[in-house]
Design a protein around this ligand. Structure first.
Ligand code: FAD
Length: 387
């Protein structure tokens, strides 16, 4: 954020629409509010509206199931498992939630795991690293979704309209307001007006942003299509009690929390009940398939995918008749991971200054949670500079 926090009067206060209530949308609203009402606090109240098509925040996702006998839960963070905070400004941003323990470092023991192709032999695990405070990974507690909720609850000048899908933008809906400013009328998918806005910020995943802006005359449309995302299938497994976990997951014998799986359609295995503040859970394990494999099979039948992933998980974790998981669930993410190219600069947010439209999202950077923050920061700087 620049020192020149947004100086505005009530008359010039822009109305800002944010399409998407994932972390990019929530970070953007948070930083906009701070810019408007920060050090140069005055009587103006920012007018920010988030439109989110689903009932909750984006790709941070937690699934629960309750055991009717014990009333205890299995829990799976089936989207993002953790995040990094490499930049000093993001570290500063997350501090209040670290202090309140809503965010916690996850000092996981990480192994490389090579499944055995022989049914009686256990997989080979080699210690890889421990995530520690010099290269911290963070989780949100008690659930991965808790942070999104806390961010939403902390917004004072932003309204969030859930279950509202914004219809694709159109040239005709960008109207000249005066010599220097445009405003845009947004509609929902049933053609109802959602109001007029000085700035529209789209934070939808890349493929959805392409569709939203396709016939709008957005000056950076060609760049949106440059970014590419891959799918991810996630398998969620649960056991009724620790006693019957397969030996590969029995912490006394094998002390690992995260496994990078080699030579398999599985990419990573995360042990949920070993995360900080998760010890009340019934044994729960989340498994992400490889992105390239998921993309190749993105339209396959879910039961077939589930069976293939379960077979690969059995090979990696070696359960037998007495240690079969009682809970098995599978989720398809069509747009999970941004394909990054280390030789190419990050795309950055895309701005049409004339229409006052910004297209943003994790895919404008490295496709992770820290990229959401960087995109939000660039967005607020762009609006700040334009005012
Ligand atoms: C399987 C998986 C594993 C991951 N692992 C990690 C990890 O370990 N670490 C990490 O840092 N990151 C990880 N990520 C990435 C991380 O989850 C994302 O970077 C982050 O959640 C993206 O947030 P976002 O707000 O940019 O997008 P989203 O969360 O996708 O939010 C965009 C929102 O826009 C809404 N929307 C779209 N179109 C419309 C419309 N027309 N009208 C209204 N609303 C609309 C969508 O419903 C969605 O809620 C993972 C993601 C997945 C899927």
């Amino acid at each position: 954020m620049t020192d020149s926090a947004l100086h505005t009067t009530e008359q010039s206060m822009p109305k800002i629409a944010i399409i998407g209530g994932g972390l990019t949308g929530l970070f953007t609203a948070t930083l906009l509010e701070r810019a408007f009402t920060g050090d140069n606090r005055n009587s103006v109240v920012p007018n920010i509206v988030i439109f989110e098509k689903s009932r909750s925040v984006g790709r941070l996702a937690t699934r629960y199931r309750t055991d009717s006998a014990t009333a205890k839960n299995w829990q799976w963070a089936f989207g993002a498992q953790f995040f990094t905070a490499k930049s000093a400004d993001f570290q500063q941003f997350i501090k209040p939630w670290l202090q309140s323990d809503l965010l916690q470092p996850w000092c996981a023991n990480v192994v490389d795991l090579t499944p055995s192709h022989d049914a009686v032999q256990t997989a080979d695990t080699q210690k890889k690293e421990q995530w520690n405070s010099t290269q911290a990974r963070y989780i949100s507690t008690p659930k991965m979704t808790s942070w999104g909720r806390a961010l939403a609850d902390g917004l004072e000048h932003t309204s969030i309209n859930f279950k509202t899908r914004v219809a694709p933008l159109s040239k005709e809906h960008s109207i000249e307001k005066n010599d220097t400013n445009n405003e845009t009328q947004l509609f929902d998918e049933d053609g109802n007006s959602l109001g007029y806005f000085d700035w529209v910020i789209c934070t939808a995943p890349n493929a959805q942003a392409v569709e939203l802006m396709a016939h709008s005359g957005f000056s950076e449309q060609a760049k949106i299509t440059e970014a590419q995302m891959q799918a991810c299938y996630t398998l969620m497994l649960g056991w009724d009690e620790s006693r019957i976990l397969p030996a590969s997951l029995n912490t006394q014998e094998n002390c690992w929390d995260v496994a990078y799986v080699q030579d398999s359609i599985i990419d990573r295995i995360f042990i949920e009940h070993q995360k900080p503040a998760h010890d009340e859970l019934l044994p729960s394990v989340t498994i992400h398939a490889r992105n390239d494999w998921s993309e190749q099979h993105v339209d396959d039948d879910m039961e077939t995918i589930k069976a293939q992933l379960l077979a690969a998980a059995k090979q990696a974790l070696n359960w037998n008749a007495g240690s079969i998981p009682s809970q098995v669930d599978c989720h398809r993410w069509r747009y999970a991971a941004t394909i990054t190219n280390s030789n190419k600069a990050e795309l950055g947010i895309l701005v049409d200054n004339e229409k006052q439209w910004i297209v943003s999202g994790d895919w404008c950077g490295k496709g992770n949670i820290e990229s959401c923050y960087q995109a939000a920061k660039q967005t607020v700087e762009t609006i700040d500079n334009a005012l």
